[in-house]
Ligand binder design. Sequence first.
Ligand SMILES: [Zn+2]
Length: 217
Amino acid sequence: MATLKEQLENRTKEYDHWATRRRYGDKGPNNRRLWVLACMDERLPVDEALGIHVDTPVGGGDAHCFRNAGGIVTDDAIRSAMLTCHFFGTQEIVIVQHTQCGMLSANAADLEAALAKKGVDIANLALDPTLPELKLAKGAFAKWIGMMDDVDQTCLKTVEAFRNHPLIPKTVTVSGWIWEVETRRLRPPTLDSEKRTRTDVTAAQFGVKGKQPARWG
Ligand SMILES: [Zn+2]
């Protein structure tokens, strides 16, 4: 049996490597060579849903995790996925969206109108103050908000968007999942109404009228 001295030496060596892994590029990947895209919602517990340890101190470091409203594809999600897949050894992308998502709860055109009413100058916004070159075409703001009609449909489209994006290597495995807040269960996205009867997955279930501005071609 190893002495405590030897165990401590090993442990500190391992920790040093863990702490400095980004210096090694694709030779210092996270534990699972994984990038997770998830909705920011507090009812979506990423570690529990996926059975991994993203940021808990013990056994942490399983994945790079990116969270935004909806867990949808955006320019910054692509930027982050590109960096981790090309330069930090990541070989898999897992996307998690969820039922009861706030992104189902309003029509994006109404949100745009509400912001305008509050005095926001939608037509002249610097979306990223450090990158004034990044601009939306006229009328694209509501699309940019990214509200959803149907979370399962959005999840399927999000998977396709990453699979087909030129900045994501074709060798990367991409999958999408739905976390059911009501049942605390993870399931694949599906458009089969029988398989999602116990959950709220559409904007219509939130009483939202009209379709969202089309974000997908
Ligand atoms: Zn959400």
